[in-house]
Design a protein around this ligand. Structure first.
Ligand SMILES: CC(C)(COP(=O)(O)OP(=O)(O)OC[C@H]1O[C@@H](n2cnc3c(N)ncnc32)[C@H](O)[C@@H]1OP(=O)(O)O)[C@@H](O)C(=O)NCCC(=O)NCCS
Length: 189
């Protein structure tokens, strides 16, 4: 079966298909410590609401052997989620949060095309770099990103990734409502 591929910006109506791919990636990754918590509505709100906090491109496979209109619309086989972030020292950074291509469509250049597109978006926004996190056990992803001359800054510069998660985040926010911390601090923001 011959496929051609389309890479395009995601639309709100793609969120259901993106979520299915997120679940597929979670199932294949088999990491018991990481659970998909997002719903389709979360993705729609967070990516396409009044104040989107992520952006996404998707890859569709179109079966050239089938010319019906439905087939022409394509099947979603991959997604990339990215955001623009900022380093006080070096400026804009494009952060590639997640990238997944269905196994049947790997090895055809689609993953590379997605990375190149995100890199281009970053360069157009004036970003100085592209960052991504991956688990140390994901050797395939490591080799994939090595091919783009990515440098492991945790190895090279000794960086650690710190994360305040779940209830601890709301506890931090709630700390400001405790009377004893009002002290001499006035917030104007
Ligand atoms: C990693 C992933 C996105 C690669 O997608 P893909 O469409 O198969 O990659 P491509 O076909 O575009 O390959 C691009 C290059 O990477 C290399 N590459 C791809 N997968 C590789 C692997 N498993 N091991 C070594 N090299 C690999 C290819 O040989 C190719 O090299 P070339 O440009 O010299 O020909 C895909 O395997 C995937 O979805 N993996 C699971 C999710 C994941 O690990 N995401 C990344 C971390 S969030």
């Amino acid at each position: 079966m011959g496929f051609r591929y389309i890479v395009r910006q995601a639309k709100p109506e793609d969120c259901g298909s993106i979520l299915k791919l997120i679940y597929e990636w979670a199932e294949l990754g088999k990491d018991p410590d990481r659970v998909v918590q997002n719903t389709e509505e979360d993705l729609r709100d967070n990516g396409f609401g009044d104040h989107p906090i992520f952006q996404s491109i998707v890859a569709e496979a179109i079966d050239d052997g089938d010319s019906t209109d439905e087939a022409q619309r394509g099947t979603m086989v991959g997604y990339a989620i990215y955001i623009c972030t900022y380093s006080a020292w070096t400026g804009g950074v494009i952060y590639l949060d997640d990238l997944f291509i269905q196994p049947a469509h790997r090895g055809k250049g689609v993953g590379k095309a997605m990375v190149c597109k995100v890199a281009k978006i970053g360069a157009q926004k004036g970003c100085q770099g592209m960052q991504m996190f991956m688990q140390g056990s994901n050797k395939a992803a490591r080799q994939f990103f090595d091919g783009f001359n990515a440098v492991d800054i945790s190895e090279k510069d000794g960086w650690s990734v710190m994360c305040v998660q779940g209830d601890h985040l709301s506890q931090l926010g709630n700390y400001l409502t405790e009377p004893e911390v009002k002290n001499d601090i006035q917030f104007l923001c």
